[in-house]
Design a protein around this ligand. Sequence first.
Ligand SMILES: Nc1nc2c(c(=O)[nH]1)N[C@H]1C(S)=C(S)[C@@H](COP(=O)(O)OP(=O)(O)OC[C@H]3O[C@@H](n4cnc5c(=O)[nH]c(N)nc54)[C@H](O)[C@@H]3O)O[C@H]1N2
Ligand SMILES: Nc1nc2c(c(=O)[nH]1)N[C@H]1C(S)=C(S)[C@@H](COP(=O)(O)OP(=O)(O)OC[C@H]3O[C@@H](n4cnc5c(=O)[nH]c(N)nc54)[C@H](O)[C@@H]3O)O[C@H]1N2
Ligand SMILES: [Mo]
Length: 912
Amino acid sequence: MNASQMIRLQLNGQTVEALPGETLLQVAQREGIDVPHLCYKAGLEAAGNCRACVVEVEDERTLAASCCRQAVAGMVVHTDSTKAIAAQKMVLELLLADMPNHANPKALKTDNELTHWCQQMDIEGSRFDARAAVPADLSHPAIAVNMDHCIQCTRCVRACRDVQVNDVIGLAFRGEHAAIVFDQGDALAQSTCVACGECVQACPTGALSPAKAAAHQPADKTVDSVCPYCGVGCQLTYHVKGNTILRVEGRKGPANEGRLCVKGRYGFDYVHHEQRLTQPLVRREGVTKNPVDLLDPEQVNSAFRPATWDEALALIAGRFKQIKSTHGGHALAGFGSAKCSNEEAYLFQKLVRTGFGTNNVDHCTRLCHASSVAALLEGIGSGAVSNPVMDVNQAEVIFVIGANPTVNHPVGATWIKNAVKNGAKLIVADPRRSDLARHATHFLQFKADSDVALLNALLHVIIEEKLIDREFIEQRTEGFDDLKANVSACTPEAMSSICGISPAELRAVARLYATSSASIILWGMGISQHTHGTDNARCLISLALITGQIGRPGTGLHPLRGQNNVQGASDAGLIPMMYPDYQQVCNPEAQQRFEALWNTPLSNTPGLTVVETMQAILAGTVKGMYILGENPAMSDPDLNHARKALAALDFLVVQDIFLTETASLADVVLPASAFPEKTGTFTNTDRLVQLGQQAIHPPGQARQDLWIIQSIAQGLGLDWQYNSLEEVFDEMRRAMHSIEGITWQRLQGEHALVYPCAHEGDIGQAVVFTEHFPTPNGKARLVPARYRKAAETPDSEFPFVLITGRQLEHWHTGSMTRRASVLDAIEPEPTALLHPEDLKALNIEAGNTIRLQSRRGEIQLFARADTGTPPGHVFVPFCYAEAAINKLTHAALDPDGKIPEFKYCAIAVHKK
Ligand SMILES: Nc1nc2c(c(=O)[nH]1)N[C@H]1C(S)=C(S)[C@@H](COP(=O)(O)OP(=O)(O)OC[C@H]3O[C@@H](n4cnc5c(=O)[nH]c(N)nc54)[C@H](O)[C@@H]3O)O[C@H]1N2
Ligand SMILES: Nc1nc2c(c(=O)[nH]1)N[C@H]1C(S)=C(S)[C@@H](COP(=O)(O)OP(=O)(O)OC[C@H]3O[C@@H](n4cnc5c(=O)[nH]c(N)nc54)[C@H](O)[C@@H]3O)O[C@H]1N2
Ligand SMILES: [Mo]
């Protein structure tokens, strides 16, 4: 801002400066002058309806609401004149009449902003008649509604409508009947509220407040940290009393700007659950490993006995060394965790590579974006996103395919919805109709499994109609002729019969994407979790490349990363074919580099992936495993097979915070620390490295994951002496060029830094590939793909298609969220979603118990009617142990990404 643009005005007798467009309230706040305000909140559009912030502007007849009135040069303003103060006080008194106990503002909730301003303005009570009492609505597990406290400032309406774009809260009726309502005046629990709590965060008086009584207690301290759930990486603040988290608030971070979703805000009390592991457990002599669905405490006691850390660690060291000396290092394997920090991931893979002596280390990325990453590495030389989610704000067209962000990346979805409100065009392609489809300009509800056909049709139109970016193709890509030949027969007419979208619609979408000034693609598991997941992703990459929609703000490729640290865990080397920073284990140069850094000879044989490991166990080649913060006995495909494998191990160590289905098959279970119990860095979907900070202590004898990993490494004879996180992080910086410029000191100060970050002064690159791609010749490679069907398709015996995925309130295998009281209260039971027509044809009513069956297994759960699921398809989330849907899924793998086909297999539906 240059000084000549500043406006000068008089404020309470002083000359002050303002920026053009600034309001009088903003100027006053900057000058340290208190003006009462209630309906105004930074970040929300100003409404000016409460009038508490009125000020006197000389030469004007009426007072002005300072939250709405912009500063003008030469204005003479008084916030504290007799007239202004009298009006401000009168407004506060009138508003106080809306409160219960209005005669005594001190009796109101302590976090009530109205009380605060009454105290500031010396208002003891209200002379006006109190409003009639309104009954509380305590129907919702997360949010209590006490409209007695409502002053109709509409901050909640704006938070719900403008910020999160959920459109649940409205101001209904007129005059004295005006009221805040949910949907059509429904009880909150019956409304379409998704409990993001943005309204609670916005409410100045506590009319909307956390339902849990504990949340209202005063905290001893606050700790700034990050959300432990998804890859969006929302920053938050823990409010802590003693060793208990009372509540969580959104904090202004680069990815969330203070926003949170239901899990981040209300899903934290799993850490205080009575089932937390608090001591090491050792399997009792002679107790066989029986795969079970739900563990009852008696089963646990009869299978395991408590042990000391010394005993447990000695047993682990002895058994791992024994397996290694008898069968060699390749008989051992480790699954690390994308829920754990970068430092933990780094040390875990180092332990497997240098201690076990094998590259058999993988993690849930294999079940997640492995195919996307395979295609990205092959095509553009880097598996990470090209642009942050926030870039949707700069895009003209946003293309979301095979992702359900309002459910799975809810805060990311708010940015998409905001962008659409600001004029961006949204294309959503998904076989199921999601909430985001409501905001779409084009919603392509195409046939499941037909992505390559759909995308090849788009490529065909773009090439045929010469909507390509010829210069970009020539200068920055190779392989265009092959791609062109490959899609030449993929006319919209030909592909329409496969994907079910009309040729006209395919043409319209292709033109829109190709010709916009900036188009960004975001995708998820609907693309990746197929036996042709890599092909699906190849087509998306081709779309961006041939149109030049990459390498600029508002463009690019964004595979929405799932776990809070799946990006970081992959970067840190929890991948069987790569050392940290994606350096191939079979590349002699990389091998030498890491041998020097770690001072140990390393294997150059790529290790086994997640599903391959299960196969190797049953084949007898893998005998011992160390599993940290993963629950494959729930998350792997074809569970009966996977559980059989885990049970067949000679020796299994599981390090978790709960006795999960996987832990129940272990020989030793180690009690670890949950997210708020430790400090570490976590890398979000945007390549943003953020600092999570310890807020509470682990329970009982539970220990920090990093301490446990190091102790096991030492037991294996490794000379590890890391005395601090910083030491681990410094070693990572030496191993990984991408984060060289991110120092521990910078992280302490800034809490979030994006990579690539080359040196200490570097602010990092949020948008990459601006000049060239990180491939040997700097060019991207266009890789053609041909349409193929899923590995298993419906037939007369198994006539339905099973699509598995997620729901908003639960996290993966449910280990955390089913022990989070608010989340489990909202979604307590396993459900399968079917189209009402299918339910009718099968003579099933919503709520009935049904039996789902595939060639591999069967489960029982409740039927739920869902018009968003296409007829002939069943959607089931995989979080319910009592109805573990992965018993039915298919373990067929994509040849490149080795990802299983979680999104498609054939099942039968029976009424119970
Ligand atoms: N609440 C919640 N949030 C989460 C998670 C969670 O467990 N719970 N998990 C996190 C993790 S690790 C991940 S990876 C992300 C996943 O986030 P998403 O990728 O959004 O998750 P999914 O629900 O598995 O599937 C996405 C979509 O794929 C669609 N789909 C199914 N078949 C096809 C197909 O053939 N083609 C296409 N194009 N689409 C198809 C489904 O209808 C669904 O809408 O979520 C993260 N966020
Ligand atoms: N049918 C079906 N199956 C799927 C998918 C699907 O769409 N459909 N999606 C796949 C995808 S994308 C993914 S990412 C995987 C996820 O699969 P998993 O990673 O196996 O699932 P989570 O439940 O997230 O497991 C994390 C474990 O870490 C523990 N944990 C949490 N915090 C900590 C901590 O700080 N320290 C330690 N030590 N442990 C901790 C939790 O208790 C939990 O047991 O599932 C895959 N499986
Ligand atoms: Mo994932």
